[in-house]
Design a protein around this ligand. Structure first.
Ligand code: SF4
Ligand code: SF4
Ligand code: SF4
Length: 500
């Protein structure tokens, strides 16, 4: 914004709106309580407050711009972005925020492209239609609800248990226990930061993809999101190869990053004292990596550990499932100055079809007539849930027979392949003993290149292996279709849904 604009009527109006913002007010009013809670020190508190203030200011600047223009569409947002020297995708993220606050109504306009009779018609994004939905500063809705409480994200079974609300709450009043949130209502200051960063409140999926691609163009992305390259790879590190579930690539990434001093910490999961119940693990060295090996099918809120990592100048890698990668990328786009989030250098995503509560996992074991203490390995493959026992038995059950046991929030999850990660890793698409690696960002590509040049992995283009990318895309697409159907059903029954 130009210096003469700083004192314009519009600017002053924007500042007044921002100061009247419920979120900014809540942070200002509770300053002493926040410092006493001990999650953030005073400098960090001010940094968060000013970041929030700046964002609210930009949001209201956009709102006033839209309010004073007619026939609003994508071109209007482009004009706003040029006039205020804000990247288009940043302006779009503010527009999503206004939409979620019900200040604007946005409709996406698509063109149907006819394809041949064997392929369904394709929808191509064309434009946005934007309408202002009334505005009254003195009547700001208390939209900044906590994620827990009556009718909230947790209460309506939309919470994926990613753990980020616990990881950033300035009052340390949220806990994720057994996969679900609990709040200490007496401590909560209603700042709504948890709601703001939650991947299940609203998620600007197009903006996430644009940010990964570093583009200002709105496009349609593939069934597995934006990617640069896909490979099939496996580790060459013997200790990892001997204990890993498939190709051991996620452990090898962490091994390399610790060895090179590129990270100080990594967040992952290890097994707790209860057999096959994972718990978050703060990984501090390459020696700790061994305890993280193996796929876990029970929810693990590893992002909750972030509230212990607010020291400045530390580098963190996070290994997590798609909903966790979404939460991290969303927070990066809206950057609200949380120190631990700013310290995240690598997002290493894992493929995830669905997850189970611990009770459901015990139920699956019961169905297969196996004691959970006797389970050596679990796997989902070829439409079946496999359990391998310590006695050498291989048992399985079709996924369709146990899908009712999956967490309800996983039904509304559209993402199989961790589309918001720097690099995504899973087994689908590659032969047994190998991983499929989806490289999405320049940082992810550099990490892959360094693993190769240091001879830590062997790798082939995915086109050279079977079943390959076609299968991965097919399964990813079927997860998206299931998600659409579940969202449609929830909408029909007037149930709360995440806004994608
Ligand atoms: S999805 Fe994540 S951020 Fe949202 S309520 Fe659940 S644990 Fe918290
Ligand atoms: S629970 Fe949410 S609204 Fe309450 S203090 Fe924590 S972050 Fe703020
Ligand atoms: S299916 Fe989606 S919501 Fe469920 S654990 Fe996996 S990534 Fe998270």
């Amino acid at each position: 914004m130009s210096s003469e604009g700083k004192f314009s009527w519009d600017f002053l109006k924007t500042v007044a709106d921002s100061l009247d913002s419920y979120r900014v007010r809540a942070l200002i009013d509770a300053k002493e309580d926040i410092i006493n809670a001990g999650v953030y020190d005073e400098t960090q508190y001010y940094n968060i407050l000013f970041k929030m203030f700046n964002m609210e200011q930009s949001k209201f600047t956009l709102f006033h711009f839209l309010n004073s223009n007619q026939n609003l569409n994508l071109t209007s947002i482009k004009k706003f972005s040029e006039k205020n020297s804000i990247e288009l995708r940043k302006a779009l993220s503010l527009l999503e925020l206004l939409k979620n606050e019900k200040r604007v109504i946005i409709e996406e306009i698509y063109e149907k492209i006819k394809r041949n009779e064997n392929s369904p018609d394709k929808l191509i994004f064309k434009d946005l239609s934007i309408k202002i939905d009334g505005y009254n500063v003195s009547n700001i809705q208390s939209i900044y609800e906590p994620v827990i409480g009556n009718g909230s994200i947790v209460d309506t079974n939309n919470c994926s248990g990613c753990g980020l609300c616990h990881g950033i709450c300035p009052m340390d009043c949220i806990k994720i226990n057994n996969g679900f949130g609990e709040i200490d209502d007496k401590k909560c200051i209603r700042c709504g930061l948890c709601y703001f960063i939650c991947p299940r409140s609203y998620l600007p999926v197009k903006v996430l993809n644009m940010s990964l691609e570093n583009t200002s163009e709105i496009k349609e992305y593939s069934e597995i999101g934006y990617y640069i390259e896909v490979y099939s790879a496996r580790t060459k590190i013997k200790e990892i190869a001997s204990i890993c579930q498939d190709g051991g690539i996620s452990s090898t990434c962490l091994y390399y990053l610790f060895e090179q001093g590129k990270i100080d910490y990594a967040l992952g999961a290890k097994m707790s004292d209860d057999p096959w119940r994972p718990e978050p693990l703060l990984i501090k060295s390459k020696e700790d990596i061994i305890s993280t090996a193996g796929t876990k099918y029970v929810n693990n809120p590893n992002l909750s550990l972030l509230n212990d990592l607010n020291e400045n100048s530390k580098s963190i890698a996070v290994v997590g499932v798609p909903c966790q990668m979404q939460a991290l990328l969303k927070s990066k786009i809206y950057n609200i100055g949380i120190p631990s989030l700013n310290n995240i250098e690598y997002r290493i995503g894992i493929f995830c079809m669905e997850s189970f509560s611990y009770q459901s996992l015990l139920e699956i074991c019961k169905t297969l007539n196996v004691d959970v203490k006797n389970v050596k390995k679990m796997d989902i493959n070829k439409g079946k849930f496999f359990v391998y026992t310590k006695n050498g038995d291989e048992l399985n059950v079709p996924i369709k027979d146990i899908s009712h046991l999956a967490r309800e929030d996983c039904e509304v999850c559209y993402d199989l392949t961790s589309e918001s990660a720097d690099i995504s890793i899973g087994s689908i698409g590659s032969p047994s003993g190998w991983n499929t690696l989806v490289i999405r960002t320049e940082k992810g590509k550099q990490l892959y290149n360094e693993l190769l040049s240091n001879k830590l992995i062997e790798s082939k283009p995915i086109s050279e292996v079977k079943p390959g990318l076609t299968l991965l895309k097919r399964i990813a697409n079927s997860k998206k279709n299931n998600c659409r159907n579940h969202i449609y059903k929830k909408k029909e029954n007037n149930k709360r849904i995440p806004i994608y």
